[in-house]
Design a protein around this ligand. Structure first.
Ligand SMILES: Cc1cc2nc3c(=O)[nH]c(=O)nc-3n(C[C@H](O)[C@H](O)[C@H](O)COP(=O)(O)O)c2cc1C
Length: 304
């Protein structure tokens, strides 16, 4: 039987296409070859945490959650029935999940989902004013996540206006703080998106609990929602400042969401002009850099 190792590496490589805050890619992976099913471990890489904007590591774990969902999609597309264990070892909190790559009875197919995963981008260009129908938004967010996550469409006029004001307030607070600006300059090539337009659709990714388990689940839900939206041709842009700033997060939680669920990320969604060119993919770290214990003997490359 040929070694299954290149495929596990391929799963990791595809998982690394996941979005991450400031493209920090704050993850590390370990592939454990086993006779029954190779095991892929997902670790938080604390050296890539944003110390100023993300002291608790929320955005770091959210980003890793998105990578975990990408890994699940990739594994399924490549012919596995992945078995995920979240936070498998209480003594190692930075081991966020393991994924056992159990070979499926199905033949591997390069699924439409994999194409969407590779084509997805954070497209910050101005959306058209074409509205995202409320029904469409409800369908996109319905059943997303699980594990105590709710994707809440903010469709009422008052909650949308309030969210816009909070996003502006968070931006103003961070922009007058040189520590944030310096950190942002250090990590990003592109300026972040920081404002809501009147015609943008708005979704809050929320959780019932708060803490690393909730953040991981929220990241998985973010990826699921984003790939669903991308499949439909919709652009998604996260707005994380409003949850990074203590004051605006609190108001969003209590006044906009009624204190019922905890906001983890705000998203704006909309349609791009059809005539616009596709955006190039943002770079990712080489596989050898994110694999603990080194790259597998046979290298892989991303399809497409
Ligand atoms: C948790 C999280 C927070 C993010 N926050 C923002 C943000 O506030 N503004 C923004 O423009 N992009 C934000 N992004 C998008 C990232 O900047 C983007 O995923 C990254 O640069 C990689 O680019 P790509 O998504 O096109 O692959 C966020 C992404 C994640 C996962």
């Amino acid at each position: 039987m040929p070694s299954s190792r290149p495929s596990a590496a391929r799963v990791v490589e595809l998982a690394c296409r996941a979005p991450s805050v400031h493209n920090t890619q704050p993850w590390a992976w370990r592939i454990e070859e086993r006779t029954d099913a190779d095991r892929v471990g997902l670790w938080a890489d604390r050296s890539r945490q944003l110390e100023v904007a993300d002291p608790s590591g929320r955005n770091l774990v959210l980003s890793c959650g998105a990578a975990l969902h990408h890994a699940r999609v990739a594994a399924t597309s490549l012919g596995y029935d992945p078995i995920v264990t979240r936070h498998p070892d209480p003594d190692q909190p930075d081991l966020l999940a393991t994924i056992d790559l159990v070979r499926s009875e199905r033949e591997p197919t390069v699924s439409g989902e994999l194409h969407v995963l590779l084509a997805r981008r954070t497209d910050r260009r101005r959306f058209t004013s074409w509205p995202v129908e409320e029904e469409h938004l409800q369908a996109l967010t319905r059943g997303v996540g699980g594990h105590g996550v709710q994707a809440v469409p903010l469709t009422g006029v008052a909650e949308r206006v309030r969210s816009g004001v909070l996003v502006d307030r968070a931006t103003a607070l961070q922009e007058t703080d040189e520590r944030y600006a310096a950190e942002e300059r250090r990590w990003s090539e592109r300026p972040r998106s920081h404002a809501l337009a009147a015609s943008d659709a708005v979704v809050a990714v929320c959780t019932v609990d708060d803490g690393p388990a909730a953040w991981l689940a929220a990241g998985e839900a973010l990826s699921e929602l984003w790939l669903r939206a991308a499949h439909d041709g919709l652009s998604v842009v996260p707005l994380s400042r409003v949850v990074e700033v203590e004051e605006t997060r609190r108001v969003l939680h209590h006044d906009v969401l009624g204190g019922l669920v905890v906001p983890q990320l705000l998203l704006r969604l909309g349609w791009q002009e059809i005539s616009r060119s596709d955006l190039p993919a943002t770079p990712r770290r080489p596989l050898a850099e994110v694999l603990l214990g080194g790259a597998p003997a046979e290298s892989t490359s991303l399809p497409g």
